[in-house]
Design a protein around this ligand. Sequence first.
Ligand code: MN
Length: 747
Amino acid sequence: MKPIIPQTELELKKEEEFIFSLFEDLMANTSKHVKPGDEVLIRKAFNLAHESHRGTRRKSGEPYILHPIAVAKIVTAEIGLGTIGIVCALLHDVVEDTDYTLEDIRHMFGDKVASIIDGLTKISGMFDQQSSLQAENFRKMLMTLSDDVRVILIKLADRLHNMRTLDAMPPNKQMKIAGETIYLYAPLAHRLGLYAIKTELEDLSLKYRHPKIFQEIANKIKDNEKKRQQEINRFSLPIIEKLEKNNINFDINGRPKSIFSIWTKMQTKNIPFEEVYDLMAIRIVFDSLNREMEKTQCWQIYSLITDIYTPKPDRIRDWISSPKANGYEALHTTVMGPNGKWVEVQIRSRRMDEIAERGYAAHWKYKGEKNSEGELDKWIKKIREMLENPNSNALEFLDEFKMNLFASEIMIFTPKGDLITLPKNSTTLDFAYEIHSEIGNKAIGAKVNHKLVPLNHILLSGDQVEIITSSKQRIQKEWLENVKTAKAKLGITNAIKAETKNRIEKGKEILETKLKELNIQPSSRVFRKILPEYDVLSKDELYSKIGSGIIQLDDLVKILKKNTKSKFVRYWGLQILKSGSSKEKKAPAPKETTTDTLVIRDDMNISYKIAKCCNPIPGDDVLGYKNPNNDFIVIHKSKCPNAIKIMSSEGNCIVPVKWTSQKMLSFLAKLSLNGIDRVGIAADITAVISDELNVNIRKIYIETHDGIFEGSLDLYVYSVADLNNLILNMSKIKGVESVKRVEDITN
Ligand code: MN
C-alpha cells in the first residue's frame, strides 16, 4: 500500500502527528535497559534525525524518518539493546545521508555514540562492488566487532527493516538485497544467536528469491495446520497433566517450522513437504524458581516426560551443561509419540528462551565493563584473530568464515577440563593449533581419552585430548590435508614458509662459501651451468635443496669444469631393416619390401621425420613411408590410421623400420591426466616424474576447477616401457583418476 504524499497543510500536519505517534510507540516499547533519565537523550536523537531527514522520502513514499524509528524499535524490542543502541539506531543514516558530520554527532552525543555511528557509516554502501570487494567489506564489517558488537546488531536491524519493506524496491534491487541477506546477514544473525531475526531474514529472502516456492509452502502449511494442531494436542495433553500435577508453570507449543527451513530440508534430504512437516517438535518453556534451579528443573521435566513417552537412546542434547558457542541453552530429547512417530522435545527456562530467540548479544557486556569470558566473547576473539592476520586473503577468509558458521560444532576438553569448540570433523592437529601455534608445530601425536592416536585422528564431541609434542618435530606440507580450521591451516603455512626461508638462507650460505673456496664469483653463468646439473629450476630451489642436504656439493668442481651441453640430447636413431633380418622376431615380412638394407644415421643425406599424427616413440611398432621423391622417410606407428591408408594405396612406398639403441635417445610424448584436486597434488605428480630416471619434464600444465584438476604433461622419454611405467606410477597417486597418452602432440 503506497502512502499518499501529503499536499496540503492539513495533510502535512497529519503526517507529522503520525511520525510522533510512532516515536511515542517506540518510547513505550523500549527495553528495561533504558533508565528513566535516558529518555532525554533518545528524544534529542530523534529530533536531530527527524530534522535532518526532513523532506526525504523512502522509495515507498513514506517519510524517511520512519525507517530509523523502525530500526530503533527492532534494536530495543527484538534485540534488547539499551539507550546507546536506540540513539545510534535513530541516528544511523544521519552522517551518511545528511549534512551532519561525525564531529557534530560527537559534540552532541559523545565519543561512544560517534564511534558506533562511524562504524555504521563505514560499512554502509558495501556489497555494491564485485565479490572480492564484498568479502573485503564484510571483513571490515566484522572488524568492527572488536570495537563494539552493537554496530553489527544495528546493521542487522537495519537490514531486517529493509527486508520487511522490500516490496517498494524494483525487482532487480530486490534480488540483490535478498541475495546478500541469505549469503551474509542470516548466517551472521545465526552466529550471534539471534534466532528470530535469522529466521525472518531467511524467510523474507526466500520470498523474494523464489516467490513461487515460498507461496506454495506457505499455502501447504495453512492447509495442514489444523491436523497438525490436533496431533500436537494429542501428544501434549498427558504432559500438561503431569507437569501441572508437579506444580510447574510452563507453556507448551509445537515449534513452528520456518518456510525456509522446510524448503532447505526438502532440498537437502530430497523429501516432499509432507515428510518434513510431519516431523513434530514440541517446546516447553517453564518459569524457573531461580537461576540455580534451572538445570535441575530441566532434568525434572525430562524425567516426567520420559515417564510417559520412551526416549530415543543417544538423542539427548544437553546444551545446558555446555551451551552452544552462540549462547544457546536448552535440553533436547526425542521421544516416541502416541502414533508411532518420533517427536523432538525442547526444554528451556524463560531466560534460556529469551537468549534463544533474541540472542546472547543482548546480554553482551560492553567493553569497559566487566568482561565475561562467555562463549560469545571467545567467538568474537576468534573472529578477531582471523581478521587481524594481514596474510589471509579476503575471499578465502569469507569461505572459512561461512564454513565455520554452517559446520556444526564439536566440543573438546583439554586435560585440565577446559572446553574448546571446534568445527565438526576437526582433527587432533586442529586441536593442537587451537591451543597454540607452537604446540601445533611441535605436535607428534595425541592421546584421546588416554589412548594414543595420530595427528589426523578425527575428534568427536566430548573427547578429552592431550597433545604430545617433540622439539625434534618438523612441519610437513601434508599436514594441510589433516586440518580443517583456518587457524591450523594458517599456522602450518606460516611454519612451512619460515622453514623454507631458513633452508634457502642456509643453502645460499653453504654454496657461497664453497664457491669462495674455489675462488669463483657466483655469476649467472655459473648458475646456468649448475641448475640443470642438479636438476632444479630456480636458484631458490637449489639453495633449498642444498640447505636441506638433498644436494651435496661434492661434485661441484667437476660440474663447473664440465663443458655444458643441453641436458636433453635429441637425435633420431632408426634402422631401416632388410626383410627378415630381425633376430628377435620372425615376423612375416610385409609384401612390398625393399630388398636393400638401409641404415639411417644423422650424417646421411636421406632424412626422416616423425609423423605428427601418431607421434611414435621407441618401442612402438613403426613403419616408414618413403615419399615419392625419395628425399625423406616419414615414421608412423604401424597402427596409425594414416599409415594404414597409405599401406593400402601406396604399399610400395612402405619401408620396414625398427628402433635401435634406445637408451641414447629421448622423444617427446604427451600425457593427459585428471582427478580430484587436493593440496600438493602437483607436487606429488612432479615427484613421481622425477623419480623416474628415464623421463624428463618439458612442460607441465595443471588446471583446477570445482575440486577437479585436469592437466597435461610434455615429457622426454626413451621408450614406451618407460612411459608405461610412468603412467602406472602416476595412476597410483592419491586423487589421480586417469592418465592417458595423447597420440596427437601437435597442440
Ligand atoms: Mn538504514
